[in-house]
Design a protein around this ligand. Sequence first.
Ligand SMILES: Nc1ncnc2c1ncn2[C@@H]1O[C@H](COP(=O)(O)OP(=O)(O)OP(=O)(O)O)[C@@H](O)[C@H]1O
Ligand SMILES: [Mg+2]
Length: 273
Amino acid sequence: MSDTATHLGSGKVRELYALDDDRLLLVASDRISTFDVVHPTPIPDKGRVLTGLSAFWFARTKDIVPNHLIALHDDGRSLECRRLEMLPVEVVVRGYLTGSGWKEYQRNGAVCGVALPQGLRDGSRLEPAIFTPATKEDQGHDENITFDDMCRRVGADTSQALRHRSLAIYDEARARAWERGLVLADTKFEFGRVDGVLTLIDEILSPDSSRYWGREEYEAGRLESFDKQFARDWLDRSGWNHEPPAPALPDEVIARTRERYLEAMRRLTGAGA
Ligand SMILES: Nc1ncnc2c1ncn2[C@@H]1O[C@H](COP(=O)(O)OP(=O)(O)OP(=O)(O)O)[C@@H](O)[C@H]1O
Ligand SMILES: [Mg+2]
């Protein structure tokens, strides 16, 4: 990292630096959070996996939509990117009904104003996938909004372009994940704009910005986080109430969780991570 980098902030998992007026450095640590709380015990190599997967997908999707990536640094965990004006929405695509989408569907048969057929269950595959935007909140949880709300916030043309491109990226990633033994249940994108051109920013299709399940478990009827399930199972047994501070994870849970991140990387990229 250059000597003149300015630390702009710390997320739960990443550190953000400004290299100069036009460039950012996004550094993924090995920190892990569950239920939005960070554990004191890191997962070795997790940051490298997150960054590696983002870089992999940025390269594969750049013909669908340009992105902010300038360079993946040698440490494997830092992405140098163009600093852009961010759009104030989180763009979520769901190809399986679960999480907040499932809750909303149970209340009113629709998610973000997209009506869905009756009789779906938690984990039902959605064909086609649906575009479900949310607000980007500094504090607390992002809130689901309808497409019309999104149009009012960022304009109709921009919203349509974002929907079209996000669904195209998701479809490509869902198909590849499935072939490789993973289910890409849903994913979140952030976009910025440079000289009027919509551009993908932040991280994409990493286990932190996406929900991945194992295909084998899915086909057996289980919806288990591919990467975090060992940690969640152990935490359930520990009786932790999901309020800070989060407990330290035992060595065995750390080792098995680390293996899951590396396995996700191997499956998706085909590389020996
Ligand atoms: N190219 C870019 N230009 C401008 N801002 C960007 C760019 N890429 C990412 N960002 C922003 O950088 C920030 C990265 O922060 P990060 O995701 O690590 O933490 P956070 O969003 O504050 O918290 P959380 O841990 O909940 O994700 C986000 O606000 C993201 O929108
Ligand atoms: Mg973030």
